[in-house]
Design a binder for this molecule. Structure first.
Ligand code: GRF
Length: 192
């Protein structure tokens, strides 16, 4: 993947809509010497996203956009290009990006999804896995293409489903794995 520019770290934007625990883990990862990325911006569609607190804590620029129409997307693209963003990580980002947005950053947008894709695209993944009596669920990091949760898979972690799991208890255990998987997937595609 032609994302890396010599020894410079890849300028990265993280898109969030909520809690931002994956954002936090990516920020921590980005501060390691071995990390190939530097987080330049946090972008959210939700001005009340809890994860926006990390902008203040870690002094990272934040921008809020409503992602409602073309013109708002154009503004975001402009902002990302202005900041030389070369990697976008969706982390609990609940909006669907348009084809034209994705084409502007082809092969440079990643997402983390709380299931073993291609199983359970979309929402309520834990509920579906439990209802289907699956033995395992987990999480997946994949490239983003124009079909929801369907881009090329980079890496996955399996998590065992226990007899008494609820969607909430399973989500908690999977989230812990997400925090390890996202940095590992980034290392996998970007380590020189
Ligand atoms: C994660 O489970 C992620 O996989 C899903 O939404 C959740 C976001 O959690 N898309 P957080 O905002 O990173 O804490």
């Amino acid at each position: 993947m032609a994302l890396s520019t010599g020894f410079n770290k890849i300028k990265t934007a993280i898109f969030i809509s909520g809690t931002g625990s994956n954002l936090k883990s990516l920020i921590k990862f980005s501060k390691l010497k071995k990390s190939p990325i530097i987080i330049e911006m946090i972008i959210s569609n939700n001005p009340k996203a809890k994860g926006l607190q990390y902008s203040k804590i870690y002094k990272i620029k934040k921008k809020i956009f409503d992602f409602k129409n073309n013109s708002s997307e154009k503004k975001i693209i402009k902002e990302l290009k202005k900041n030389n963003i070369n990697l976008i990580c969706l982390a609990g980002f609940m909006k669907i990006l348009s084809k034209s947005f994705i084409n502007n950053f082809r092969g440079k947008i990643l997402n983390i999804h709380p299931s073993l894709l291609p199983k359970y695209k979309g929402l309520n993944t834990h509920k579906k896995a439990i209802k289907n009596k699956d033995k395992y669920s987990g999480c997946t990091v994949h490239f983003v293409n124009s079909k929801l949760d369907s881009g090329k898979i980079i890496d996955q972690t399996k998590v065992k489903i226990n007899k008494f799991d609820t969607p909430e208890s399973l989500a908690k255990r999977i989230l812990i794995q997400e925090h390890k998987l996202y940095p590992a997937a980034i290392m996998k595609i970007l380590s020189l």
